[in-house]
Design a protein around this ligand. Structure first.
Ligand code: AMP
Ligand code: MG
Length: 346
C-alpha cells in the first residue's frame, strides 16, 4: 500500500533539526517506521518492544521472518535493561568499541518483542556512533530495532536517496543526514560464551577485536551456502545490483582481457574498482569506489558503486578483488555475497 513518506533533511542539531527529530520520535512511538542515518549504513527503525511495529519492518523490506534484527540504543548504560546478562567478553567490547560499528549478541530479555530475535533466545545490541541517530534514540527513549533500510537482497543504503529509492511510499519517514561514514554494516559478535565469535565482519576489524580480547573465532559457516549459519541473515542473497556482478581476481592485464572478451560477445560491461585499477583499463563504463591504498575509502563507496550501474547501459559488472585483511574482510564478504561468479587468473 502506497502512503505519504515524510522526508526531513537534517545537517545539524539546531532548532529545526531537533524539531524534525521530535516528529520522527513521535512516529516511532506510534509504532511507525522511520529510516535514519548511522555511521555504518541507513537503518530502518521500529519500536523493538512492539511486535506490531517490528512486523512492519519485515513487510516493508520484504525480509525473511527468520532473519533477526539488531536493537539500537542511545547509550551503553541501557544495555542491561534489554539483555539477561552482560558477559565479561561483551563488557570488554562495549568498553572498547561502543558507540561504534559493532553489535554484541547476548541472551535476550523479555522486554524485546519475539519477532525482533526471530525466535532466538539472543539479541544483537548496538550503539551507533552518529549524532543524529543518538539524538533520535534519546528522543524516543525506546530500544529501536533497525536493519539496513533497503529492500531485502539489495545493496544497503549509504545515502538517504538509496532509502528513498527502495522504501518511499512504504514507511512513515526518512531522516536525511548526508552519506554515511563507514559504508559497511557493523561487525556482529556472538558474546554468549568465553571466546568472541565473529558472525559477520564489519566496521570493527577482527584485528581490532583481537587486540582487546586476545582470541577471537570467526564463524566457519559464515561464507558457506548453509541453512544454519549462526547469524541467520548470512544465508540469504544480499547486496545484489540490478545486473550480474562477476569478480575478477588477477592483474590489470587479465582484467582488461575479461572486459574485451565479454564486450566482443556483445555485452555492455561496467567495471567497479579502485582508481588504481580503473586508470589502467580502457573501459568507458566504470565506477571508482576509492583507493586500494586505503581500503576504508572502498568501504565507504562500495554500495553506492553497486547501485550506480543502470540496466540501460550495463549488462554485467566486473568487480575488483581486494585484500582480505582489516576492513577488506567486510568488503570481500559483501562482494562475494553480491557476486554470482569469480574469475581467477591461473
Ligand atoms: P542487518 O540488520 O540487515 O544488517 O542484518 C543483521 C545481521 O545480524 C543479520 O545477519 C542477522 O542474522 C544478524 N543477527 C541479528 N540478531 C542476531 C542474533 N540474535 N543472533 C545471531 N545473529 C543475529
Ligand atoms: Mg541488511
Amino acid at each position: 500500500m502506497e502512503r505519504q513518506t515524510k522526508y526531513w533533511i537534517i545537517r545539524e542539531l539546531d532548532q529545526k533539526g531537533q524539531q524534525a527529530i521530535e516528529m520522527a520520535a513521535t512516529l516511532l512511538k506510534q509504532q511507525e517506521l522511520i529510516a535514519f542515518p548511522t555511521e555504518t549504513v541507513y537503518g530502518l527503525g521500529a519500536d523493538a518492544t512492539s511486535e506490531v511495529a517490528v512486523a512492519k519492518i519485515f513487510a516493508a523490506k520484504d525480509r525473511p521472518a527468520d532473519n533477526p534484527l539488531i536493537v539500537h540504543l542511545a547509550d551503553a548504560e541501557q544495555i542491561p535493561n534489554y539483555v539477561k546478562q552482560v558477559t565479561p567478553i561483551a563488557k570488554k567490547l562495549i568498553h572498547a568499541f561502543m558507540p561504534g560499528p559493532i553489535t554484541v549478541i547476548l541472551p535476550s530479555s523479555e522486554a524485546i518483542a519475539m519477532n525482533v530475535t526471530a525466535g532466538l533466545n539472543t539479541v544483537g545490541i548496538r550503539i551507533p556512533d552518529h549524532p543524529i541517530a543518538r539524538a533520535l534514540l534519546r528522543a524516543v527513549n525506546l530500544p529501536i530495532a533497525a536493519p539496513s533500510a533497503n529492500t531485502s537482497g539489495r545493496p544497503s543504503p549509504t545515502s538517504a536517496i538509496h532509502v528513498f529509492h527502495d522504501l518511499n511510499g512504504k514507511i512513515a519517514g526518512i531522516v536525511d543526514s548526508a552519506a554515511t561514514e563507514v559504508g559497511v554494516e557493523s561487525t556482529v559478535v556472538d558474546c554468549t560464551s568465553d571466546v568472541p565469535i565473529i558472525l559477520r565482519p564489519g566496521g570493527i576489524t577482527r584485528e581490532q577485536i583481537e587486540d582487546v580480547t586476545g582470541v577471537v573465532t570467526v564463524d566457519s559457516t559464515m561464507d558457506q551456502q548453509t541453512d544454519k549459519p549462526k547469524a541467520p541473515g548470512m544465508k540469504y542473497t544480499h547486496y545484489e545490483p540490478d545486473m550480474p556482478l562477476w569478480l575478477v581476481d588477477g592483474t590489470s592485464d587479465f582484467f582488461q582481457q575479461q572486459v574485451n572478451r565479454l564486450s566482443t560477445q556483445g555485452l555492455k560491461v561496467g567495471v567497479m574498482g579502485s582508481e588504481e585499477l580503473i586508470s589502467k583499463l580502457h573501459v568507458s563504463n566504470s565506477s571508482i569506489c576509492g583507493s586500494k591504498l586505503n581500503l576504508d575509502t572502498i568501504a565507504v563507496r562500495l554500495y553506492d558503486s553497486l547501485r550506480s550501474f543502470k540496466t540501460n547501459d550495463t549488462d554485467i559488472i566486473l568487480g575488483e578483488v581486494f585484500p582480505n585483511e582489516g576492513i577488506g574482510q567486510a568488503i570481500m564478504n559483501r562482494l562475494e555475497k553480491a557476486a554470482s561468479k569469480i574469475i581467477k587468473q591461473s
